[in-house]
Design a protein around this ligand. Structure first.
Ligand code: COA
Length: 258
């Protein structure tokens, strides 16, 4: 498989997808989201592939978020569509995939990057990784499932603090809070993740797929639509214009607020 923004290869029953826009810290633009859907669909259809690993290229970032430059001028309607389409093509798609998907978080996992890692069935991080949902610092809210999956993984109070402060937590805190299952050095990350993938690959793919469906069925779904609505509404605010303009102009935002 050949892509503009990804590397994808399969070996020993494990398909590895590397998001490959290191100059933009692997930020998720529309093309990358579409290519991820294509690569995951192809691996899921290949019965030789038992487990999929998603990671980022370079030493700095897993994914530093949705591509802010791409959506800074969007209207409310376009914002809402962006969130809804992204959730369908990538985030819900991964969460409900029958083939297990592991995120190997090799650096910054921010905004859409952390949301991508959280949509995967579980996460392993390198010790330099930093995780956060910085959206409110841009005048918007997480739009790819972050308001739902973060509290599921770390609890409501911690999720509220992370979302409201827009702060980042280091890998060790992420492990202590249950956001990632293991922390290893960056050099060991892919081999360690593959060792776990190999254990999974020995088990029944049919049973694993049913287990994924059963685990997911235990979680309430209503909040995702509320998130999409709130994300879209943010695009009509002065705070959003200021937040995204400040990011692009590399300065701190001054929010007009309510
Ligand atoms: N969208 C678009 N471009 C992004 C991006 C994003 N989410 N994150 C990083 N980039 C780009 C930067 O604009 C920069 O591009 P340039 O070299 O053409 O100016 C490049 O990636 C490198 O990022 P830079 O900010 O220079 O690196 P840094 O080491 O100083 O800071 C971060 C790293 C992750 C702290 C910083 O890039 C950041 O805050 N990114 C945005 C995180 C965010 O808010 N994500 C949520 C989006 S909803």
């Amino acid at each position: 498989m050949s892509f503009e923004n990804l590397l994808a290869s399969a070996e020993n029953g494990i398909g590895t997808i590397t998001i490959n826009r290191p100059a933009k810290l692997n930020a998720l633009n529309r093309a990358t989201i579409n290519e991820l859907n294509d690569a995951i669909t192809a691996f899921d259809a290949d019965t030789d592939v038992k487990v999929i690993i998603i990671t980022g290229s370079g030493e700095k970032a897993f994914v530093a978020g949705a591509d802010i430059a791409e959506f800074a001028n969007f209207t409310e309607e376009e914002g809402e569509k962006l969130a809804a389409l992204g959730q369908t093509l990538l985030f819900d798609f991964i969460e409900n995939l029958g083939t297990p998907v592991i995120a190997a978080v090799n650096g910054f996992a921010l905004g859409g990057g952390l949301e991508l890692a959280m949509a995967c069935h579980f996460r392993i991080a390198s010790d330099n990784a930093k995780m956060g949902l910085p959206e409110v610092s841009l005048g918007v809210i997480p739009g790819y499932g972050g308001t739902q999956r973060l509290p599921q993984l770390i609890g409501k109070g911690r999720a509220m603090e992370m979302i409201m402060t827009a702060g980042m937590i280091p890998a060790e805190d992420a492990k202590a809070w249950g956001l990632v299952n293991h922390v290893v050095s960056q050099a060991e990350l892919l081999d360690f993740t593959k060792t776990i993938a190999e254990k999974i690959a020995k088990n029944s793919p049919v049973a694993i797929s049913k287990a994924i469906t059963a685990v997911n069925a235990g979680f309430v779904k209503e909040g995702y639509n509320e998130e999409i609505r709130g994300f879209g509404q943010a695009f009509g605010t002065e705070d959003f214009k200021e937040g995204t303009t400040a990011f692009i102009e590399k300065r701190k935002p001054v929010f007009p607020g309510r």
